[in-house]
Design a protein around this ligand. Sequence first.
Ligand SMILES: [Zn+2]
Length: 329
Amino acid sequence: MRCSAITGRVFAKHDMEAPPGSGQAETSARLREVLGGLPGDIPVRPPVFATAADIERVHDPSYVRWIREMSRGSCFLDNNTYVSPSSFEVALAAAGSTRAAIERALDGENCFALVRPPGHHAEPDRQMGFCIFNNAAVAVARVLCDRDCERVAVVDWDLHHGNGTQKIFYSSDRVLFCSVHQTNSFPGTGWPDEIGAGRGKGCTINAPLAPGSTLADYMRIFSAVFVPAIRAHRPDLILVSAGQDALADDPHGRMLLSPSDYGVLTGMLLDLDLPVALTLEGGYGPSHGRAIAAIFAALRGRREENDEPGRPHDRTVALAETLQKLIRY
Ligand SMILES: [Zn+2]
């Protein structure tokens, strides 16, 4: 199976240390961990920059202007999202490279955009949670405009809810948004009854899992809810908002995934036999690089011998049943 990565040194240029006492920051050191997991023989494509017009398909022009202005210096825009002098350019590269990964996938080469800053919390008019522009949404909006692409499925397996992506496509019946996340984590959205509105009703699926969830819980949500919903949606492509912060050693969460589990989840999506692109979201733990390696192994066709994933929690089984009743498919 052909696959590739898109990344480059530009993504290290958005950088700032966390203010004292504020805890974790999303820094360029993360990218070194991630690239440590990128197999040496995977083709690496150069970053592509989004245009302001691409960004403004999903973000307010006044917000885009404000980010450009603020990026002349260094400052925190909220408790955890910062800009430094290259951030505007880097954020354009993160969104443009996610779009390029989609283009690659549509052309038969499944592709992972290893970019930062992440994007899935960014809303039309505001930054949030380390995110400046919503890379996934900018990329999807662009391909829905100018490729022969009618529908897309976005699968967000980051520990946190992809509130920005949900908000941007909430009324669209062309984008199926499936998010699995740790319940009650930042930013506090992503409940099962958030299912979309208007024409988009039934095209948003939220699976908040209890802390301590394992691969068995994720597999149940994928097999009982996400996979049938994606089949029914008949998308031309799957974009994964791939944040690996549900790893057991991640400092931001309390989930119990192992690096190889990400290979299993990738394989479940590949089994749908659709083009698959991925864009990096969160992931802050020491085993993040190994999760990236497992995802690439799956993209190349290697399947993990799935030794006994165990049983999902009763709460997960009940959640899957609830979602099956709520969602249109
Ligand atoms: Zn996250």
